[in-house]
Ligand binder design. Sequence first.
Ligand code: NAP
Length: 338
Amino acid sequence: MKAIAYRHSLPIENADSLIDIELPAPHASGRDLLVEVRAISVNPVDTKIRRNVAPAEGQAKVIGWDAAGVVKAVGPEVSLFKVGDEVWYAGDLTRAGTNSELHLVDERIVGHKPKNIDFAQAAALPLTTITAWELLFDRLQVSRDAGATQGKSLLVIGAAGGVGSILVQLARQLTGLTIIGTASRPETGEWIKQLGAHHVIDHSKPLHEEIARLGLPPVTYVAALNQTDHHWAAISELVAPQGKVALIDDPDALDVRTLKRKSVSLHWEFMYTRSMFQTADMQQQHQLLNDVATLVETGAVKTTLAERFGKINAENLKRAHALIESNRAKGKIVLEGF
Ligand SMILES: NC(=O)c1ccc[n+]([C@@H]2O[C@H](COP(=O)([O-])OP(=O)(O)OC[C@H]3O[C@@H](n4cnc5c(N)ncnc54)[C@H](OP(=O)(O)O)[C@@H]3O)[C@@H](O)[C@H]2O)c1
């Protein structure tokens, strides 16, 4: 089968930073599905792994953790899917990634693909959807009763990125929160307004001053998705007493003492936790992907695909990594077909 991989951790400008290779087809066992990958999307984690995790000498590493495709074979213990099912999923960081024609994934972290969108539109969503859903409902424990969240607010920092683009939609559709999104450019500001943000502020300026400029009260929930260390002092200022802050990125160091006076709680979301530790509730990711598929099919949530980058090969994947590394992606970049 065809796959895109790397043998050495190299800057994306290097011709060998990602290469086209051939690998033997894998075989499904246990609860694994063997999926024929039709489309993939690219996330910052791909670039972080490529830059920081070198394969063993002589080995090639296949990365990428977002796919939509068709089930070709199932392991003997599979009960949730059958051959021919169309699926969408993000996968497991501890296993080979989705940048290959055929891919193995545990059925408990796979959902049925929404029927009303194509494979590329579907591949845009799984990793960021799992992250946004777990952040909002499992970590921050935001109520899905719109009445219970009236008068409360959510600040989404980096709202036009992959995670923000689905988080804004889920919060708008499933809660009564007032949503404030951050963007630094007219096109990203317009994008998050269209996705459902009530207010847009500029993350190139101090965020607490931006909140004050709009006359908004202190913020109940903060989703710190991007450049959290840079925004930390402003977050500590703008968050409401007894508010909650959720993090997903990789800040160098944060002084959490700044939250004490307001009794603000801090929550980590890492979407690989359930698969990495095989938690008893890992099938929640199957369930939430199915729930969001229904939201897509009813039109409540739309794909966050912003750019189709052509076929799944090393050349196109390098262009996608370069755009992600610029930290100026809007929504998601997707590649389709081998
Ligand atoms: N823990 C987890 O499970 C998990 C899951 C997914 C992602 N992540 C991490 O979360 C981070 C965001 O992921 P993503 O997929 O949303 O990234 P992304 O799509 O690459 O984010 C790009 C966005 O970042 C915005 N941005 C640029 N500079 C910013 C700044 N100084 N402050 C705030 N926003 C800024 C840009 O908006 P403008 O163009 O308007 O400036 C752009 O729209 C990454 O570090 C990723 O690795 C973690």
